[in-house]
Design a binder for this molecule. Structure first.
Ligand code: ADP
Length: 467
């Protein structure tokens, strides 16, 4: 959920950023166009022939100079945001232009508080005709300004605000002659930037509100989900407890039935007729199966509740394996599956839970025979690897579909390729895994559908002092 939120956050930030920059670029574009148009129109009010009469500071008292400055002031008054208006002339040096006239410089020698900061200092110095203007840092300006209306792509910021500079060539009556003058207008855009930000503020607030709402929603959803999980876990626990309780209650009567039928079969209550013996035999085997199922259910509920009653005791592993193999040999023979066994010559007596160890090994072998068709083979290899006992059960059976291999140790899970063809309840591997892990061991497998399966079981070997 946090990942989704992070993606959402990133997307929202990106959208806001793109929208912000695009809006600003749009505003800027329209401003550029406006400034170009104003400069172009204003430039037509000057005649280069008049400007040719203005030279150095000595031209200040001349009529030509006065007329040019007053016209610049007029342009400035008509366009309120224009803060500076001036005319520049080309010189022999391409990196340097020269001031011709400036709207503020009607009388350049008169002290004036140009920036309105209350003091008259160098910052208030007025330009005089002929003053140089360095354009070496503005190659685009040098290239374009004398041919077409031009707007500086960079905003200029100084102590008086933020400005956008635009120029237009002063062509005069002879549009084919070489252009020597440009009219420059500096537009005060300090406000414009503030207004752009203001226009975007509601949007930014809306996005922030949306984000906050979504975050709150995500938190609420997570809380609900967590409480749901807790509730389900509790229900599951109660169900396992109930299952365990029922199995526990069933275990005693079922065992009683098995014992009683065994007593009857032993003739403890007198001889039985053949028919009676057959019936009691059936009851005994059904009761025994029921007993196994009840034990299995009890184990499932114990594993689920994390209460596997491991009872470590000295165990003669080889003897136990031979006991299990007696049963498996019969199953393999009946099914026509070849069983190959490789046991070590000797194995020390180790501390293990007899019932759970037997159950796990027997389950792997029973499954191998059950899921291997007649003519196939099952191989059991038992080896000691340091302080670990490893049992490997390899078969050439139906295998487990790759897509289901992750679920095979799950409670009650049966793979789709055996579900309708082989009997089973899906408890065995779940209990085997729980039993092995409760003893500190591990169980895993490799399988290829249609080729066979190999199960590995490892149990830690802890030895008694005498062994
Ligand atoms: P089941 O009673 O179905 O045998 P298990 O818990 O012992 O239950 O096994 C769970 C499932 O694992 C089986 O239903 C089967 O799909 C798969 N499985 C276990 N052992 C083998 C095997 N040796 N070969 C193929 N599939 C197996």
């Amino acid at each position: 959920m946090y990942a989704v939120l992070a993606v959402f956050l990133a997307l929202t930030s990106l959208t806001t950023y793109v929208l912000y920059t695009n809006t600003q670029a749009l505003f800027r574009w329209s401003l550029d166009e406006r400034l170009r148009a104003i400069a172009a129109v204003a430039a037509t009010t000057f005649d280069p022939a008049d400007l040719d009469r203005i030279h150095g500071p000595e031209s200040v008292p001349s009529n030509a100079y006065r007329t040019a400055v007053l016209r610049l002031q007029h342009i400035r008054e008509r366009t309120p945001r224009v803060r500076y208006a001036y005319i520049l002339r080309q010189t022999a040096d391409p990196d340097t232009l020269a001031f011709v006239a400036d709207a503020d410089s009607l009388d350049p020698d008169r002290p004036v508080d140009l920036n309105g900061d209350g003091v008259i200092d160098d910052q208030d110095a007025l330009t005089r005709p002929g003053d140089p203007y360095d354009v070496s840092d503005f190659p685009e300006f040098r290239r374009d300004a004398f041919t077409t209306p031009f707007v500086d792509p960079n905003l200029v910021e100084d102590q008086w605000g933020t400005f956008l500079s635009g120029t237009a060539p002063i062509v005069g009556a002879n549009p084919n002659g070489s252009v020597r003058y440009v009219l420059g207008l500096d537009l005060d855009v300090t406000d414009f930037q503030r207004l752009t930000n203001l226009a975007l503020l509601p949007f930014a607030l809306f996005v922030a509100f949306l984000l906050a709402t979504l975050t709150a929603l995500a938190v609420v959803l997570k809380r609900m989900w967590q409480s749901q999980v807790r509730l389900l876990a509790e229900i599951d626990r109660q169900k396992d407890e109930l299952l365990g309780m029922i199995a526990h209650q069933l275990a005693a009567p079922v065992t009683a039935v098995v014992w009683s039928t065994e007593a009857l079969l032993n003739g403890d209550d007198g001889p039985l007729t053949d028919a009676q013996r057959a019936s009691v035999g059936t009851i005994r085997s059904v009761a025994a199966q029921l007993g196994d199922l009840v034990t299995m259910i009890l184990d499932v509920s114990r594993i689920q509740l994390g209460k596997v009653p491991i009872q470590d005791a000295p165990l003669a592993i080889l003897a136990l394996l031979r006991e299990v193999l007696e049963v498996i040999h019969v199953q393999a023979r009946e099914k026509g599956v070849r069983l190959t066994v490789s046991l070590p010559e000797a194995l020390s007596v180790a501390l293990l839970d007899r019932r759970y160890t037997r159950m796990a090994v027997e389950n792997l072998l029973t499954n191998a025979v059950k899921y291997t068709p007649a003519g196939g083979s099952v191989t059991l290899t038992v080896e000691r690897r340091g302080e670990v006992l490893r049992c490997t059960v390899r078969d050439t059976g139906c295998g487990i579909p790759a897509s289901e291999q992750g679920k095979i140790f799950g409670k009650l899970y049966r793979a789709s390729n055996v579900r309708n063809t082989q009997p089973g309840n899906g408890f065995g591997l779940y209990v085997a895994k729980g039993a092995v892990e409760a003893q500190g061991g591990r169980i895993w497998f490799e399988s290829m559908e249609g080729k066979g399966t190999t199960f590995f079981l490892e149990l830690p070997l802890r030895f008694t002092l005498s062994s």
